[in-house]
Design a binder for this molecule. Sequence first.
Ligand SMILES: Nc1ccn([C@@H]2O[C@H](COP(=O)(O)OP(=O)(O)OP(=O)(O)O)[C@@H](O)[C@H]2O)c(=O)n1
Ligand SMILES: C[C@](O)(CO)[C@H](O)COP(=O)(O)O
Length: 224
Amino acid sequence: MQQRKKIAIIVAGGSGTRMGAAVPKQFLELAGKPVLYHTIAAFINAYADMQVVLVVPETHFAPAQQVLNSFPAPPPVTLVKGGETRFHSVQNGLQQVPDNAVVFVHDGVRPLLTAALVRHCYEQTLLHGNAIPVIDMKDSVRETNAAGNKAVNREQFKIIQTPQTFLSEQLLPAFALPYDPLFTDEATVVEKLGHPIHLVPGEDRNIKITRPLDLVIAEALLRQ
Ligand SMILES: Nc1ccn([C@@H]2O[C@H](COP(=O)(O)OP(=O)(O)OP(=O)(O)O)[C@@H](O)[C@H]2O)c(=O)n1
Ligand SMILES: C[C@](O)(CO)[C@H](O)COP(=O)(O)O
């Protein structure tokens, strides 16, 4: 199968409101290194020819550069400024993407993904055009509405993770669409252009660090 350029857009342009820390959560320490260090390392360890586009708030270029300087060798990373929402941060990152690439879009605050997941997403994208990692729901689920609530069959639902991975010819035109607040991930945007979305198994450990408890869980998982 023909190989393609590999570009990881790591979105870390948020402010971490729900974490409530003094600095955005992507710069907090996790097992002795910033969260972002672990995330970048997972991608560059997956493929020798991986190129990373790191999207950070314009106000945080200096701490982002410090993270990059802490690698044993300079990593292949381009810094790009974040946007108003996650969608706009992805749009900014996409400006660095060449044609004929496989593009991974990953939350900077999911530092525990494995290189195996990155490689599986790449291979599945070559076969299916995209690959979206998902895990099963563990809890019971109810739908709420104005009238009250009702149980739903959880087998019909999946929890969506990143890296959401696409051929560049699917992702680039999709992000020319006007912003819609329902675009909470890339699959939703690409689906809007009519592309079927190919789900692949995600990883339980690939949590999104959102609140203080998530950092405690991530630390425990890293020390396993
Ligand atoms: N304008 C934005 C908003 C979010 N993100 C990134 O998208 C990922 C997932 O977003 P989320 O967990 O919601 O991060 P925050 O927006 O920082 O958190 P909060 O919603 O609590 O403020 C994070 O890596 C975050 O940095 C981004 O690049 N640009
Ligand atoms: C992209 C994502 O991580 C998939 O689960 C999620 O949609 C991000 O949501 P957030 O509201 O930006 O945290």
